[in-house]
Write a protein that binds this ligand. Sequence first.
Ligand SMILES: O=C(O)CCC(=O)C(=O)O
Ligand SMILES: [Fe+2]
Length: 375
Amino acid sequence: MAGATQEYFHEASILSPDGSIKFLRVPVVQELVRHGVQHVPKMFLRPPLDTLNTAITCLPENFPSVSVATLRGKDVEERNNELQKLAAGLEEFGMVLVSDHGIPLSLLSGVKEVIKGFFKLSFEEKKKNVGTYASLDNMGYGRNFVTKTDDKPLDWIDRLTMKVSPKESSHGLNVWPRKPAEFKEVIEKYAEEAKKVSDDLLQALAEALSQEKNAFVKYFDPKTREINVRINYYPPCPKPKSTMGLSPHSDSSTLTLLMQFDTSGGLQVMHKDKKIWLSVPWPSDALLVSAGDVLEIMTNGKVKSSWHRAVTQAGLERYSLALFFNPPLSMEIEPIKRDGLSDYEYKKVVVGDYLQHYYTVSQTSPKVAMKFAMV
Ligand SMILES: O=C(O)CCC(=O)C(=O)O
Ligand SMILES: [Fe+2]
């Protein structure tokens, strides 16, 4: 076990209090498990009150869900009903389940296959066939940004992060796995389909909020828009009551579109008003859309970005794939006008400036990064 910790590690960037980036060797969780970890290393342990003990189960009938086919359909009444469900769901939970999305099941299976194909490789093979680009948001195989300024415990997760768009962007494009051979092609194809779903949801949301249909999608230039993909692998954990798969955070995206496999269970969201953690009743075959910080700014706080986390499970592994959609980094976004407010709650921001700020602020207190965009 000690051997596994020393031999298999990711180089993760950490932000020092003086703002500089340093590197930290973080054990590869999958390798700990493969080597039969019995004692979870201390750096992963946290007080039980911070973990799954505190969540409440949300019944499926109480969690919002929208049908993309209905949103795209011609039945005005059905469509209006769906628009309201989308807006109300995003306003209350910051997340909505997405069904009838039109993405072929064969493509979804292909995505699962290439992801599992990658994680099945030995550590040495993985390293040989994937790049790592160390930056504030580490790309490639390993860890994304780790905040160690407050000695926060590490998450029980291995991740792969790549850039899908813009195509000219150098860093994130060089880190795609070369094995399995079809990995990039399949995920890009999925991202292309998912982009249509995300754009349709943004148009529907604009309509539901009585805005002009293109109020949000107008920022998404087809060539220079940002799309990042992150694959989260949560290996089974012998100590689910004292570990976390993914620490509480909000996404820096406009929308995040999530898929998960092979098990469901693990994602939790903080209820906006009740301030309790809810386990998201997410069937494996549905997608899930989550509001990010940039959508909160665009909607002037009408929709709040979700504050969410993923817990670990004993004896069960879980994968999720997150697509993060944002306008081009140079785009300035202007919050919509809100009824009943004399002043904007949010101000105009350049997307890239917000993202830069997001990565330099510790995510330990809920949504501190948002202050950057507030009036
Ligand atoms: O695993 C999940 O369901 C959530 C993933 C997530 O929140 C993220 O990648 O930002
Ligand atoms: Fe997230």
